[in-house]
Write a protein that binds this ligand. Structure first.
Ligand SMILES: Nc1ncnc2c1ncn2[C@@H]1O[C@H](COP(=O)(O)OP(=O)(O)OP(=O)(O)O)[C@@H](O)[C@H]1O
Ligand SMILES: O=P(O)(O)OC[C@H]1O[C@H](OP(=O)(O)OP(=O)(O)O)[C@H](O)[C@@H]1O
Length: 217
């Protein structure tokens, strides 16, 4: 349940939590525990009217959609798969930046396979974004849903290619894969429950403005 006289913000551990700390600081919010070391899933802050809930990155939009959290921070990749129902997305926070791309083993000629209209087996966690991308390009694919370690799939014959997030390119390189198509840039967005925005505007609006002022261009 959300706190009636306050706001609940859903965050995932790791890069989103770390990169959100400066934004929270700009809004005058300091968490009282570190989710990396604490096992607590509800974390208080220096402000009695603001609390954090620690969720899986892919679950953030769901908590906010159903009002279990008033606000949250989620990657565009996650929002594309969720669909965005019930969510207001007022702000690109420009954090957790990476890109969604198609990658394949060095010896797989992706361009040639596309050209001859072959059916390509693609493993990914991002089936909605992948389906849309390949449909727009007229590429025939069989999508295989995975929940992580996509880079392994082409190495063991599960797929010809993958759709995954890339940042430094280090993970692709370590697994002898190369990027063959860029799909879109990814960053994390602030999401707000549409009802909370109306009912708790006086609490949410200042946080929104502080975040907007602290966003790095
Ligand atoms: N290598 C990366 N560099 C920068 N940002 C990234 C990178 N990988 C993922 N992200 C972004 O950070 C978000 C959170 O990633 P994180 O690794 O914390 O969760 P996850 O392991 O992908 O999700 P889940 O725990 O639900 O499986 C992703 O949704 C994406 O938008
Ligand atoms: O291009 P790079 O800088 O190597 O980053 C890309 C990797 O980052 C993400 O994984 P993450 O680090 O989130 O691991 P996880 O999916 O196991 O959480 C993504 O799924 C890639 O595997």
């Amino acid at each position: 349940m959300t706190i009636l006289n306050g706001i609940t913000l859903a965050l995932s551990k790791g890069r989103i939590f770390e990169e959100t700390l400066p934004l929270l600081a700009a809004a005058g919010i300091t968490p009282t525990d570190n989710p990396e070391t604490s096992r607590k899933l509800i974390i208080g802050t220096n402000r009695p009217d603001v609390r954090l809930v620690i969720v899986r990155a892919t679950d953030t939009p769901t908590y906010v959609q159903y009002g279990a959290a008033d606000m949250g921070i989620a990657g565009k990749d996650v929002l594309l798969e969720h669909g965005g129902a019930g969510l207001y997305q007022p702000l690109d926070l420009n954090i957790a930046k990476c890109r969604l791309c198609v990658a394949a083993p060095k010896d797989f000629d992706y361009a040639a396979a596309v050209k001859r209209g072959a059916r390509i087996r693609v493993a990914t966690k991002y089936v909605n974004a992948a389906r849309e991308h390949f449909a727009a390009k007229g590429v025939h694919v069989d999508l295989i849903k995975l929940y992580g370690s996509m880079e392994l799939a082409p190495l063991v014959g599960l797929a010809d290619a993958i759709v995954d997030l890339v940042s430094t390119g280090g993970t692709l390189k370590a697994n002898n894969l190369v990027e063959v198509e860029d799909i879109m840039p990814i960053s994390s967005r602030l999401v707000v429950n549409q009802a909370s925005l109306k009912l708790k505007r006086e609490l949410i609006q200042p946080v929104l403005e502080a975040f907007a002022g602290a966003v790095k261009k």
